[in-house]
Design a protein around this ligand. Structure first.
Ligand SMILES: [Zn+2]
Length: 412
């Protein structure tokens, strides 16, 4: 039953075959799908024997043998003598080859850019960070220099590619960054120059989409979760949507810009030029603005320049009233947008990514309250704050490269 897993999936999705754009399944396609099924089963159940692989995949033992031979030859998989059965028999168990996958993840944010070198299991091997700056050309040159340094410090690894999360949207045809109001870079080609400078393939993706993929690949959700939305709350707000098991991009790659949906028609000015966008009311920058706008009291600390969101968080945790009020206002508007998202999409899970989850004990109940008061139809969506210490955005960048090898094959 070589196609059993794939067929089961399609039958629950109820998708029409697109008769203007289809590809019949060739022997090569079938082989590729089976190979990916086996690779994913090894990732999930490792260490695992060929007999168990055959049972899980329902592929014949001989087919499993051919596929695993190929995976071993390509260094994706290694054989280790982990088994120790009675009578001295030592079955050969398979596991992912830790030395095959060197994946470089880059999380580009308006202020700082962080880099992570990770293995096939999304474990961090090394990290680095740098100022993002205002000149894209200088940025790419410095980033490439640091990536090459990471690569030469880990030269025993085979490098698979670079995944990069961006605070904006990428044009699907030109691969250029085209909408990033918080970064203030015009249309930029990040992919070409970085590939030329490092020799590695570069996958670009909006940060929220990357986080959604990371949740699907490495999150603690059940395998049956097929509708998941991530909301990244940082300098702006973005949403990544996996619906019916597929990342939603829309016709132009701009889907998920909930951050620029108007909540208040005459509200605060947004970096995109409009007023009252969700992110102008509920992002980290909005909380900082609320904090600075509130009437100073004797408790308010003196500071030079704009405070950071981290400072507002810290002051709120210390019980400083203005910081606390600013955070509550941000949480209220987060709730308004989350309720809108749930009403529109009814996901199984909505994951919140961002520093604000550090104070979820205060923010979570406010969001729950707004949802309860606004959604008369009720909500079954589970709202999950991510732990910022697990670096969800960087994990998203690693998932961008992993999905190329472990995901459903691209048949174009
Ligand atoms: Zn806007």
């Amino acid at each position: 039953m070589p196609f059993s897993a794939a067929i089961r999936e399609v039958s629950t999705v109820r998708r029409k075959i697109d008769l203007d754009n289809f590809q019949v399944a060739s022997v090569k396609t079938a082989r590729d799908i089976n190979r990916r099924i086996v690779l994913n089963l090894i990732r999930k159940h490792q260490p695992i024997s060929r007999a168990e692989l055959s049972r899980h995949s329902r592929l014949q033992r001989s087919t499993v043998s051919v596929i695993t031979q190929q995976l071993i030859a390509e260094r994706w998989v290694r054989m280790g003598a982990f088994g120790n059965l009675p009578r001295g028999r030592k079955p050969k168990f398979l596991h992912l080859n830790g030395e095959r996958g060197g994946i470089v993840g880059v999380d580009l944010r308006p202020e700082n850019t962080t880099m992570m070198l990770a293995d096939l299991e999304m474990r961090s091997l090394a990290q680095d960070s740098m100022r993002t700056g205002s000149d894209p050309e200088e940025f790419i040159a410095e980033l490439a220099r640091r990536i090459r340094r990471l690569m030469s410090a880990h030269s025993h690894l085979a490098f698979e590619g670079i995944g990069m999360a961006l605070p904006g949207r990428i044009d699907l045809e030109s691969n250029r960054l085209v909408f990033a109001p918080n970064l203030a870079w015009k249309s930029v080609d990040l992919k070409g120059p970085l590939e030329a400078a490092t020799g590695l393939e570069v996958e670009l993706e909006n940060a929220a989409n990357a986080c959604a993929l990371a949740e699907i690949w490495g999150g603690a959700h059940s395998e049956s979760v097929r509708n998941l939305v991530t909301v990244t709350v940082s300098e702006g707000i973005g949403a990544g949507m996996v619906l019916n098991g597929q990342l939603v991009r829309g016709a132009t790659g701009m889907a998920g810009e909930w951050g620029h949906v108007t909540l208040q028609e005459n509200g605060p000015l947004c970096k995109c030029g409009n007023r009252g966008c969700w992110e102008a009311c509920a992002s980290n920058s909005a909380a900082v603005r609320y904090f600075t706008e509130l009437e100073p009291t004797q408790n308010k600390p003196k500071m030079s320049g704009m405070p950071t969101f981290d400072l507002v968080l810290k002051l709120a945790q210390q019980g400083q009233p203005q910081a606390h009020a600013a955070l509550e206002k941000m949480a209220h508007y987060l709730g308004v947008g989350v309720a809108m998202t749930i009403a529109a999409l009814a996901p199984d899970v909505l994951v919140v990514v961002g520093e604000v989850t550090r104070v979820w004990d205060r923010v979570g109940p406010i969001i729950d309250g707004v949802i309860a008061s606004r959604l008369s139809m009720g909500s079954k969506t589970q709202i999950v704050p991510t732990n910022p210490d697990t670096q969800p955005r960087l994990r998203g960048t690693i998932a961008l490269v992993l999905q190329k090898h472990f995901g459903v094959p691209h048949l174009a």
